[in-house]
Design a protein around this ligand. Structure first.
Ligand SMILES: C[S@@+](CC[C@H](N)C(=O)[O-])C[C@H]1O[C@@H](n2cnc3c(N)ncnc32)[C@H](O)[C@@H]1O
Length: 214
């Protein structure tokens, strides 16, 4: 597995995202996040939790959330959000490519707007599968490459976009990679581009569940 420098910093992105992302909550983001998390229970790991916008939406049946965030400023915001959460949330410095939990230990893994940014997508999804118990759920809210001209435009602007957007790629086909990792896609729904209440890059926003083999 590729080594990833610990404590990667994206200070400007973190500042802008930390300030603007909460605004999306009133514009539909809260609804999308609630739908992402509804019905979860037991032990959950959330990769790339950012400033912790998901925390207040976890159902009470969730016993423990282990939240990984590599960016120090966002992790500080997430730790603050964890103290206000109604379920137990532990925020750790960590990346999706190396989830610090045992094999088969989690009922669910959650990823919101993260697969676009991880350095090693296949490696991250292999970790997701590793930590899920048999039949465990991978819940994701992710933007993926658009079809036709939209996708081609994303290919064109991606090299510049990824430099200003904290490593985010517009044109990943993360849904296909989820299946390649051996997780069974089900219940994938395409949301409108404004689903999170802010103009989100990438015209296809997917809210989905994939299951680990039983
Ligand atoms: C667009 S933000 C989304 C944050 C949060 N999930 C949300 O929904 O608001 C992308 C996040 O992915 C994190 N990230 C980037 N590379 C990562 C990696 N390899 N593993 C885990 N998180 C990563 C970033 O630090 C950032 O917090």
């Amino acid at each position: 597995m590729r080594q990833i420098a610990p404590g990667r910093r994206h200070p400007i992105f973190a500042l802008v995202y930390g300030a603007l992302a909460p605004l999306s909550e009133v514009g539909g983001g809260a609804r999308a996040r609630r739908e992402l998390l509804q019905g979860l229970r037991g032990s959950v790991v959330e990769v790339g939790c950012g400033s912790g916008l998901n925390f207040r939406h976890y159902p009470l049946e969730v016993a423990q959330v282990t939240a990984l965030e590599p960016e120090p400023q966002l992790r500080r915001l997430a730790s603050r959000a964890a103290r206000r959460a109604t379920v137990a949330v532990e925020v750790l410095d960590g990346v999706a490519e190396r989830i610090p939990l045992p094999d088969g230990s989690q009922d669910a893994v959650v990823s919101a707007l993260v697969l676009c940014s991880v350095e090693d997508l296949a490696g991250s999804l292999s970790e997701v599968r590793r930590v899920l118990r048999p039949g465990g759920e991978f819940r994701f809210l992710e933007h993926v490459r658009g079809h036709g001209a939209g996708g081609r435009l994303e290919d064109l602007v991606d090299p510049l976009w990824t430099r200003v957007a904290g490593g985010c790629h517009l044109n990943r086909q993360s849904d296909l990679e989820v299946e390649r990792a051996g997780l069974r896609l089900e219940g994938v729904r395409e949301l409108g581009t404004k689903a999170l209440g802010i103009p989100i890059p990438g015209p296809r926003m997917l809210l989905g569940t994939a299951l680990a083999p039983s």
